[in-house]
Design a protein around this ligand. Sequence first.
Ligand code: SAH
Ligand code: TYD
Length: 414
Amino acid sequence: MGLDRHDAQPSSCRICASPVVEIVDFGSQPVSNGFLRPEDAGSESYFRLAAGVCEGCAMVQLLEEVPRDTMFHEGYPYRSSESSVMVKHFEQFARRLMETELTGADDLVVDIGSNDGILLAPMAEAGVRHLGVDASQGAVAASREKGVRARVDFFDEDTAQDIARAEGPARVIFSANTFSHIAYLDSVMAGIDTLLADDGVFVFEDRYLGDIIANTAFDQIYDEHFYLFGVHSVSAMVRRYGFELVDAERIAVHGGAVRYWVARPGARRPTAGLAELVAEESERGLVDPSSLTGFGQQVEKVCADFVGLLDRLREEGRSVAGYGATSKSATIINYCGLGPSYIRYISDTTKEKQGRLTPGGHIPVAPRECFSDPYPEYAVLFAWNHADEILAKEKEFRENGGRWIVYVPEVRVI
Ligand code: SAH
Ligand code: TYD
């Protein structure tokens, strides 16, 4: 455990330039979605993964940024629609947007980080004017197969100007699990300003800092999650760029997330639910940097328990597989120094990941069929955020004596 450490450099906030206090340092880590061909093993690039909190605006952020095209490119393997629960989640939200916001015949919705069209496919089917923007050619190609209109691009000020010229203003700009991936918010928020209609709304959802801290969900910290948003920090961030946070809803996906509603100042009345969440964050100390500094010790405890369990299972000669080759798993696998001698393979339904090795740990990624042929004795649930969905469809694993290993909020064998 504990890969080579770098000396901590003093950092300043990417948004407001105030000092950033370090919370946790995972040392050297590979690019999380950099699944490798076996012949390329060892060629991955590393960066320092550490997170801190800004003393000025309370934004939790990484201390080192990985260049955007190192993470997101043609071969980026993540596909949103591998989870049927997430497909349903976005279908429902697409319907809500169509009923409440996109009511004009010509209203435009733009989805930043549209991936395989998980939000836009139902809108395309309903004939809503839409445009997806995603940096990954492979993901955009998958969305086009579902009838979604999308362009391969990084959303920033230039892209927004280009879209505004071609399409006119957007009534809704949406972004799920992408806005936190974008370190360069100056350019992106200028783009939102350019593209959003005066009475339009910018809605984004992302993993919630409050849940990450409460559950010691430290594997949510990896290269792509440059920011870990909270209601306070998002409110300060959007105000800085001339917008107002008017609502925030907690949503039960990806281990706990928040959906933020942002409008031009005075355009919409802030909700009571927003005020409640703001008060709750203050009560919990989520805006006080000193209350976050214990997180690192909790992480050490979970990792020590996890490695202790896997060491014991390896000594006993038990068969252990992984389930879900998530980006998150890169953090725990590499921080804990795991490899195929602990976890023989990781089962994953994503074709783009199968036959590859996980970055750093070099654990083979295998198709789901391998999981039951034969079942392992233990399976580490790396996709713990999809636990309900996976445990329901993998009942037979447990009926055959298999045991799940989870590590959020603590290490348990189920
Ligand atoms: N919205 C989907 C996908 C999230 S994965 C969901 O919630 O499941 C993040 C996606 O954002 C990836 O497909 C990546 O290629 C894309 N992305 C990252 N930075 C981007 C940017 N600046 N502009 C547009 N897309 C971006
Ligand atoms: P996810 O947790 O959504 O994201 P991240 O990469 O951001 O951590 O990734 C879930 C992974 O698990 C994805 O590679 C698909 C895979 N998966 C399965 O193999 N089977 C399943 O039933 C589900 C829901 C996901």
